[in-house]
Write a protein that binds this ligand. Structure first.
Ligand code: CA
Length: 234
């Protein structure tokens, strides 16, 4: 699945090269040449991952990472630090700040892509193409298909694009309650321009599509809190 990746890098040539490589790998790059600019972008929409240069003019990469990690809304965004310095001490500081990984410049596009893939798989399983199955309900992001039932008896389920993303998110983050605001941030990528009840509308559509095979029961309403996908009836 394509990920929106925020590239925070003040050197134009490197920023350009990274953005080009991300596009080649099927991702959507967002670019900022300073941490201040990046903070502005994050305010409007949450990226799926941040590639963060350590040495920036103004607010440093480390300080930017600290800010993301100290805000509940942005805390979960995975961060890969980019740096020209390979000192062990810097690596430790970066990882202590909450960076998920660390790449030393210069790096090859192949290395960058491999690191991105690994971090997304670990931190944001909904961004990878791995098939997920829960209680006979199967979602395959690579082929964009959903089916219910086992093997020969499996029936295809047709979902709209938003319901597909919503189901995929819930199936990769099971057994916990997601508030409407969290779902807007994670599934819509934006909580500023969409009303919270939009989530209810799409949950209703999703349940309706899953009803014929009884899988609508996987999606539970937690009164006053939000929604949860659980393999065990709640
Ligand atoms: Ca720099």
């Amino acid at each position: 699945m394509p990920a929106t990746i925020l590239v925070v890098e003040d050197e134009p040539a490197i920023q350009e090269l990274i953005a080009y490589n991300l596009k080649q790998a099927g991702h959507q790059p967002l670019r900022a040449d300073s941490a201040e600019h990046a903070l502005e972008l994050v305010r409007t929409a949450l990226p799926d991952l941040v590639l963060l240069d350590w040495m920036l003019p103004g607010l440093s990469g480390i300080e930017f990472a600290r800010r993301l990690k100290s805000d509940k809304r942005t805390r979960e965004i995975p961060i890969i630090m980019l740096t020209a310095r390979a000192e062990e001490q810097d690596k430790l500081v970066g990882l202590e700040t909450g960076a998920d990984d660390y790449i030393t410049k210069p790096f090859s596009p192949r290395e960058l892509n491999a690191r991105i893939k690994a971090v997304l798989r670990r931190r944001a399983p909904e961004m990878t193409d791995d098939m997920v199955e829960i209680g006979g309900l199967r979602i395959d992001p690579a082929s964009h298909r959903v089916s219910a039932g086992h093997d020969a008896q499996a029936v295809p389920i047709t979902l709209g694009p938003t319901e597909f993303r919503l189901l995929h998110y819930l199936m990769t983050h099971t057994e916990r309650v997601h508030s409407r605001v969290q779902l807007l941030d994670q599934v819509w990528g934006d909580h500023v321009f969409v009303e919270e009840r939009t989530v209810d509308v799409h949950i209703r559509r999703l349940r309706k599509a899953l009803e014929p095979t009884g899988h609508d029961r996987l999606i539970q309403t937690v009164r006053g809190s939000g929604y949860r996908l659980s393999a065990t009836p709640g």
